[in-house]
Every structure is written in C-alpha cells, then in structure tokens.
Design a protein around this ligand. Structure first.
Ligand code: GLN
Length: 281
C-alpha cells in the first residue's frame, strides 16, 4: 500500500489510491477485500508482485483501473469494458435505480437504451425487472461486440443492434426510451482527469460547444415517433442544460417533465411522458 501511495500520489487523491490498491490486491491475491484488510501484512508471491508492479506502472500513465483489469462493477453486475465504451459511472447506476423505482410494477414493457455502450443499463434493468423486453443500440460494431459479450456472460435476453441515432431511423415502438448520450462540452475537457481524456472514447463523451444538445434533439425527435402513448423518456444530462432540455421536451409535446439531481446534488437526469402523439409539433 505504501508503495502504491508513493507512486501514485499527485495522480490520484489518496482515498482513490487506497480504493484502487485494494481492488488490485483483491484481484491479484484472490482474497476478499475484507480478508485482505485483516491480513494486511500477508506477503505477495513473486508473480503477484510482478502483476502489481505492472498495474502501478499503467496507473501512473493514467490508465483507468477498469481498463487494466478489463472489467468494472455496475450495481451488482461484473461487466467487461474496453477502449470503445465508456466506463459506467455511479450516476448511471442512480439512473437505473430511479427507473426501477418508477417501472417495477409494470410488465411486458419494451425498453430501449440509446447509446448502450457496455450494455450496463439494459443488463441491470433486466436483472431487476426480467418481465420486460430490452433493446440496446450503439453506433459501432466494436461496441456491440462488447455489449454482446456482457449479455452472454449474464445469460441475458437483451437485443443488441448496431444503429447510429444521428443518421438512422429507429425501428419498432417502445414503452420506455433511455439514453445517456455524450454530453460533456469540448470546453469542459480541460477540467477532466487524464484517465478520462486519454483513455476513454471521445465519441461517448463529448459534444461541440456550438451544438450541446445534438444527441438530445435526435433522441427526442425519434422518441416522439417511436414511443407508445404514455411512453416514458429517461435521460442522463449535463447539469448546465436542465432548462433548455425541459423547454425542448415541452416544445415537442412531452409532459410531466422532471429534472432530478444526482447524489452529488447536481442536476443530472431528466424524465418525461409522451401522453399523446401530436403529428405536427
Ligand atoms: N458523466 C460522465 C463523465 O462526467 C459523462 C457521461 C456522458 O457524457 N454521457 O465523465
């Protein structure tokens, strides 16, 4: 631990170094985190030490721990991640929990996730609400491949389709449409950590400052056509754009528009109903 703290200080805050190091111990020493904490002085074998040193080297370059290990946790799911997909964030876990709280009493819903990435959203929803039908789309074959691996590992029945929401029309009708599209402004990039900027896919994160709602506009237009009457839209959003999004949704005939905060107290989610279909808004 002391070695990791020394090597990585300045790159990550101390608390994060401790968490990352425990995760590495857990992985390489094949013991539970709790166990390790009890036997903190238990030595490492030579091969364990070697793996640990390689990992610290990668961490020093800013490589995310999830890319070093090849997986992350999303709620109680262990999911593969790679350079083609965003590492699922705790905010998105919150979004999933919120959707479950709103939808768990329903059944036989058709649920679509636009920009599914690792498929974390539909997989976690399916686990909690297996009574529904799930669809995940994303624009690149490498992403769909990874999403498929994750769905196989979970014995899941979700449907994964390669489709670019910016260029192509959705097919089918849904009761619920969800999306966590790219929403970080290019100008916000400089405030972000090296491990995000250097290692995570730009296409999953950033939008031009001149067109911050690009994805939301497309999603709303398609949701208008492809949501069933009384269908629900659940979006993760940039905290700066709560008002603009509410206005946009309102303009397009959505109702019961709600803006919700994340656990950090920042505006982060937006939900709305499509109570009726208006042909010409
Ligand atoms: N919340 C993510 C981040 O700050 C961004 C997710 C997104 O752009 N959809 O890194």
């Amino acid at each position: 631990m002391a070695f990791a703290l020394e090597e990585l200080s300045g790159i990550y805050p101390e608390e994060e170094i401790r968490a990352i190091t425990l995760w590495l111990f857990e992985e390489f020493l094949e013991v539970e985190r709790v166990d390790y904490q009890l036997n903190i002085d238990k030595g490492m074998s030579e091969s364990e030490l070697l793996k640990f040193n390689f990992a610290i080297k990668d961490l020093k370059k800013g490589k995310p721990i999830q890319h070093i290990l090849g997986y992350t946790w999303f709620l109680d799911l262990k999911l593969q991640v790679n350079e083609h997909t965003l590492i699922p964030r705790p905010e998105t876990e919150e979004l999933v929990q919120y959707i479950i709280s709103q939808e768990e009493s329903n059944s036989a819903l058709k649920i679509l996730d636009i920009g599914t990435g690792s498929a974390c959203i539909p997989l976690a929803l399916e686990k909690a609400m297996p009574q529904n039908e799930y669809y995940g789309i994303d624009f690149k074959s490498e992403i769909i491949e990874l999403a498929y691996k994750n769905s196989q590992a979970q014995n899941s029945n979700i449907n994964l389709i390669q489709l670019d929401i910016l260029k192509e029309e959705l097919s089918g009708d849904y009761d619920v449409i969800i999306s966590n599209p790219p929403y970080v402004l290019e100008s916000e990039k400089k405030e972000m950590h090296k491990n995000v900027v250097d290692f995570e896919p730009e296409s999953a994160l950033y939008v031009k400052d001149s067109d911050p709602l690009l994805f939301y506009e497309k999603i709303i237009l398609q949701a208008k056509k492809h949501l069933n009457i009384n269908g629900r839209l659940y979006l993760e959003i940039n905290e700066r754009y709560g008002n603009e999004l509410s206005e946009l949704l309102n303009k397009h005939g959505f109702e019961s528009i709600k803006i919700l905060n994340d656990f950090r107290g920042r505006i982060r989610f937006c939900t709305a109903f499509l109570r009726q279909k208006k042909s010409s808004v």
